[in-house]
Each structure stands twice: as C-alpha cells, then as structure tokens.
Design a protein around this ligand. Structure first.
Ligand code: BYC
Length: 482
C-alpha cells in the first residue's frame, strides 16, 4: 500500500498524510484537538453524546471498503485527515497555468486567495453541525437520528480537513484562521458564519431534509470545483470529502421522498383529492404538499445565494489562477482557459428578466449555479414520481432563480416563483403563498415528537426503503438506555 492510501491509526489523529513524521503540524493539530472537542460538546448534537451510535468511519481512501460501521460514542469518533491518493504527473487543468505541474506548496502570489477559499469552505462545515444541533431531540426514528449524527460527524471531519490545510500550509495565519473557525457561530449576532445560508435555523426535520438536499448539494458542486484545483493538497482532500457527501444528499433526497409518500398515502386512504385542503390533511398528522413546496422554495433560493454573484471578478480570478475549476472541469471539451469565451447570464433588462451574453470568466459562478439547478431539477422530478405513483394530482417545482434572492443580480427586486417581477405591495400580499409562514412553523413543530422505539416511525414520514448497512428493520441505530 502506498503512503498516500495507507491510513495510520497510531497517532491521536488518524491520517494518510504522514503526520507522525511531521512534528510541527502534528503538534499544532494536537493543540487544536481539545478546542475542537470543546466546540463539539458545546455546539454539536445536543443530548446524545454519551450513547453508542451506529456510525460509519472512514478507514481507507480506496474506492472499495473505505468505511467501517460500528457503535461509537460521538466524542470518541476518529476524525481523520484523509486525502485521496495522489495522481502521479498531475498537471493544472485550467486557467493561465494550464499544463504546468500541480503545486504541492502554496504559490506565493495566490496565498491570500487560496486561504480565503479554504476558510470559506471550512466555515460551512461546523456551521451546519451547529444548525442541526437540536434535531436529535425530535428525531422521527432511530434510523433518522443516526443519519443526522452521521452527517454531523462527517461535516466535523470536513472541518478537520480544512484545518489541516490551514495549519500545514499557512503558518501563523493558518493557525489563527483555525481558531476563528471555532469562534464564529451560526446565527451569532457578533461573530456569524461567513455565508448567509449557514446562519439560518434548521428548526424541524423537513428543513433538515431540504437542507441536505439543496445546501449540501451546493457543497457537492463547490467541492467538485475545488477538487480540480491546481493546489494538489486541496484537490485531494476535497476529492475524498465528496465520497462522504453522497450520503448527505441521499438523506435529503430520500427524506423528502418519504415525507411525500406518507402524505400521499394518507390522502388516498382518506379520499382527499385536493392537496390544498390543508386543514383536513393536517388533521391526519401529515405534512400538506403546498407546505412542502414553500419549504422547497425557501431552501432552494437561500442555497442559490451560495454561488455568489452572477458576474464576479473573484470567480474569474479563482479560475485564472488555477485554484478553483468548473464542475467536473476535466470532463469538459474546450480550451479550459475561456479567455475569449462568452456565457449566457440572467439579467434584469428594461424591467424584465432576460439572458445576455457575458464574458465567460466572470460568469463562472453563474455557470456552476446552472449545473446545480439542473441537478436539483432531476431530484425534484424523482419526488414528483412519488406523488404521481401515489395517484395525487400535484407537482413540486423549482422556483425561478430570481425568486427570494439576497445576493447578486436579483437581490434588489421581488420575483414570484414563476419569475414574474412584483412591486413591494404585491410581493407582501403573496409572500405567504410562496414562503413558509409562522403557522407552517407551528404546525411542523407540533409534529416534531420523538420516536425512539427501534423500527418505528413518526406519523408524518414513511419508513426508509432500505436499512443502513443491511441491518434488520428493527435495528437499534442509537442505543439509548430506557
Ligand atoms: N453570503 O464575487 P462574489 C458546503 C460574498 S457549501 C454571504 O459575488 P464569489 C456545505 C463573497 O464572499 C460550499 N456573503 O462571490 C454544505 C464576497 O466577499 P468578499 C462552501 C457572500 O467570491 C452543507 C462578496 O460577497 N464552499 O460545503 O465569487 C453542509 C462578493 O462575492 C455570499 C464554497 O463556497 C453569501 N451567500 O463567490 C456543509 C467554496 N456569496 O470576498 C457544508 C469556496 C458571496 O468581497 N467559496 N458572498 O469579502 C467560493 O468559491 C466563493 O467564496 C463563493 C462566493 C462561491 C462562496
């Protein structure tokens, strides 16, 4: 086994980066570790730290057999530093340095840009753990509880991944940034997380499923772009993070599908034809489909903001410098420099939304967002198949990209989910049709009653199609003493 695929467990921090012979970085990480554990106990999952949870832990970076399942108390989880295997002879795949060997050290002229990218990526990881902190208390089953905890420990491992890069390659400012990652807190008035979506609340399980579907998918797109980086340690670490990320999006895709299934099944069983009969449907203890649409509208629009502005010199610079590529850059058939290329960009022209050709380099955020929207649309279609198969007349749709935006071209206007521009009074009059209302929140909270009996599920969600790791249906994913 080569050095880069062998995972060493002899240090406090499992790794395949040769930490035991890198004393300086090992020491810095060992100093950071207790602070991380303090953060985890204060800001990580509330109330379940002492109980064994059936978790997967990354034990290898090979495609097969990279994870091992077993009961672990969360504070004992082995948060490791794992980089995907190095590719011999790898060259920079895009931008002004295309064709040059990838960097193993930070290129001086790009130091601050690179640090900024790593810090932003690193900031989102603990933020999501903080946002999901209280969900365990209201989990609709032990299966779902375990899935959240799995997502949480892996996001925390992704924090480790970024902290390793900061401490190994950025000296003193890297160490300071690593501290800051534990100081900022989601939603904190004085020291909030860096990106908007990571300061929102995740107050209920429908929000959690939407978050893992929409916001984790932004994570996937951004990680895919960083996995193309000419800074090889960043490319390799994000490549391996993507292995874990797939499960997080599965939690969102299948979670919403199970909610839809239960609602549709009960509507049919009770002969309710009209999905808008919210009161009758809520009387059955399930979530009405228009409420699910409103939640979708919220999470999609907030996640679109994570792509930054449609036209961004930062984005052009990240690409030109070889630090951040496009989604699956290596599979795109063009010159990978884009100097003279154009890209269609949505814009407000004479009071309506139009598409204009813009230089491709500054339009890279928009391009990544387009890739993202296409993927989201495919997932929504899968949800629609659940509704259709159940024989209910309703379709979920993605709102227009101009809807409910706080960043970029559409931040200063109001648009309906169909893209129609609205004056303020019209927006205010219809807002409650578009976005979750206080009443929706109260109803969802009333459903959030914990179910802790193995193999049992809350009234509003169908059981999963398959258990985790081929375990029996009544498997005790979290061992909570009675
Ligand atoms: N909120 O040129 P602009 C994940 C700032 S999620 C607040 O338009 P740029 C995960 C921007 O920073 C993926 N501020 O944007 C998911 C800039 O500030 P400065 C995380 C925002 O720089 C679930 C200014 O506005 N990774 O992994 O081209 C669970 C002008 O910005 C926002 C990354 O994002 C916002 N929404 O693009 C767990 C990858 N948007 O520099 C984890 C790394 C923009 O003027 N980050 N701003 O002070 C990037 O590539 C870019 O920084 C962004 C922004 C795409 C985020």
């Amino acid at each position: 086994m080569s050095q880069s695929t062998h995972v060493a467990y002899d240090t406090l921090i499992p790794n395949n980066v040769g930490l035991s012979s890198d004393r300086k970085v090992l020491k810095a990480l060992e100093r950071w570790h207790p602070k991380f554990l303090d953060w985890w106990t204060q800001m990580g999952p509330d109330g379940f730290q002492e109980f064994p949870v059936y978790l997967r832990t990354a034990v290898s970076v090979e495609r097969e057999g990279w994870a091992q399942f077993g009961y672990v108390k969360m504070p004992d989880y082995r948060w490791g530093i794992l980089l995907a295997p190095a590719i011999e002879g790898r060259t920079i795949g895009f931008g002004a340095h295309k064709g040059e060997p990838v960097w193993q050290e930070v290129p001086g002229e790009y130091r601050s840009m690179l640090r900024r990218l790593i810090v932003i990526q690193g900031d989102t990881e603990p933020a999501s753990v903080e946002q999901q902190r209280f969900l365990g208390n209201t989990a609709p089953s032990l299966y779902d509880m375990r899935n959240t905890f799995q997502v949480n420990v892996e996001e925390a491992r992704h924090l480790w991944a970024m902290v390793y890069l900061l401490q190994k390659y950025f000296g003193r400012d890297g160490r300071e940034e690593a501290q800051e990652l534990l100081r900022r807190k989601s939603g904190d008035g004085d020291a909030p997380r860096l990106l908007g979506a990571f300061n929102e609340q995740t107050p209920d399980w429908l929000s959690f499923f939407m978050f893992t579907f929409f916001t984790d998918r932004d994570g996937k797109m951004q990680l895919e772009s960083l996995a193309q980086s000419g800074f090889d340690p960043l490319a390799r670490t994000t490549r391996f993070m993507l292995t874990e990320e797939a499960h997080h999006m599965f939690v969102g895709q299948s979670g919403v599908a199970r909610v839809l299934q239960k609602t549709c099944d009960l509507m049919r069983a009770n002969r309710i034809e009209d999905p808008h009969e919210a009161e009758r449907i809520r009387g059955l203890g399930v979530i009405d489909l228009p409420l699910i649409q409103r939640k979708l509208n919220f999470h999609f629009s907030v996640s679109l903001d994570l792509f930054g502005s449609e036209l961004s010199t930062n984005a052009a610079n990240f690409f030109n410098s070889g630090l951040k590529g496009r989604y699956r850059e290596s599979e795109i058939d063009d010159d990978h420099r884009l100097v003279d290329d154009l890209y269609p960009v949505s814009k407000i022209v004479e009071g309506r939304i139009d598409t204009v050709e813009a230089p491709a380099l500054p339009a890279l955020n928009m391009r990544l967002r387009d890739d993202y929207v296409r993927e989201c649309a495919r997932g929504v279609e899968r949800w629609n198949r659940v509704i259709e198969k159940a024989g209910v007349d309703f379709r979920l749709t993605l709102p227009h990209v101009a809807f409910n935006r706080a960043i970029g071209e559409f931040a200063s206007i109001n648009a309906a989910p169909d893209g129609q521009l609205l004056e303020d009074p019209a927006w205010l009059a219809q807002r409650d049709h578009f976005l979750p209302t206080a009443d929706d929140g109260t109803y969802l909270q009333s459903l959030m009653q914990p179910v802790r009996e193995a193999g049992k599920y809350a009234s509003w969600i169908a059981p999963p199609a398959r258990p985790i790791d081929n375990q029996p249906e009544d498997f005790e994913y979290v061992q909570i003493p009675s």
